[in-house]
Design a protein around this ligand. Structure first.
Ligand SMILES: Nc1nc2c(ncn2[C@@H]2O[C@H](COP(=O)(O)OP(=O)(O)O)[C@@H](O)[C@H]2O)c(=O)[nH]1
Ligand SMILES: [Mg+2]
Length: 248
């Protein structure tokens, strides 16, 4: 059966030693080698993931931060409906980093999930002056990022950039951290109590932190760091250093 099939598809000149079995064997070896080579190059690609996502609620300052890092100048911004992307070399002689500014509008927020497979790190920008009014929304968005399959499996580091610190009404990062921990602690109960164990994006509903213990960012397996910055004062060194440190 195999013999006649091979003979019918292959011209006689291709048959090695005029033997279908040797020919078939060699074809299989060749396919295996190609598959191995492909999986190796895929592995290399995975290790060299260089995309950093800039996420956060609308008006947090994502687009200004994106432009400051990529062009060293502030820009007038409009409510973004599409993600801005750019490549930037943060450390001389090091490979460039691909930065994506994900729009924070409710309808578009889940865009970040499309980029998670290629994400090296996530920067979550917070407006330090409006935290008390947005704690719930912030915690919900952050919960989605932290419980994302890729964040969990690949321990993607997350920087919480507390922006607009030059405003007198801005909360310090410690206060923002505590407010978010308290809110995520509440969210954990409702999310895991839901009968449906999958969210709208098909991600498993994950319990963040340890059961029976108040939620703390320290209990997560991936690194979560808090940092203060002000795009208004063009103070971006902390964010740049953090991105460079998790990308090398
Ligand atoms: N006071 C102050 N305003 C800022 C700062 N960063 C951004 N903004 C302003 O916040 C608004 C929203 O910024 P934008 O980058 O468009 O936010 P996005 O929606 O997260 O992309 C704009 O008016 C910015 O000028 C900051 O550090 N301090
Ligand atoms: Mg924007």
């Amino acid at each position: 059966m195999t013999q006649s099939l091979l003979r019918s598809v292959l011209p006689p000149q291709v048959l090695i030693n005029d033997n279908e079995y040797i020919t078939l064997g060699l074809i299989l070896v060749l396919i295996t080698l190609i598959a191995l080579a492909a999986s190796f190059s895929f592995g290399a690609k995975k290790n060299s993931k260089n995309t950093v996502l800039i996420t956060g609620l609308p008006f947090a300052g994502k687009t200004v931060i994106h432009y400051l890092i990529n062009h060293d100048k502030a820009v007038e911004t409009v409510t973004s409906i599409k993600e801005n992307e750019a490549d930037v070399v943060l450390t001389e002689g090091k490979p460039s980093i691909h930065m994506v500014d994900i729009p924070g509008h409710e309808r578009l927020r889940f865009k970040f999930t499309e980029f998670m497979p290629i994400a090296r790190a996530v920067v979550f920008v917070v407006d330090s002056a409006t935290v008390s009014r947005q704690t719930r929304l912030l915690a919900e968005y952050l919960y989605d990022i932290l419980s994302n399959k890729f964040t969990q499996e690949e321990r993607i580091p997350v920087l919480i950039a507390c922006n607009k610190t030059e405003l007198l009404t801005a909360f310090r990062k410690e206060r923002i951290q505590t407010a978010l921990e308290v809110e995520i602690n509440k969210l954990r109960q409702t999310r895991t109590a839901a009968l449906d164990t999958q969210d709208s994006e098909g991600n498993e509903n994950v319990f963040l932190g340890f059961e029976g213990k108040e939620f703390s960012f320290q209990d997560l397996e991936n690194e979560v760091e808090f940092l203060e910055c002000s795009a208004e004062n063009k103070d971006m060194e902390g964010i740049k250093d953090w991105i460079a440190s998790v990308s090398s």
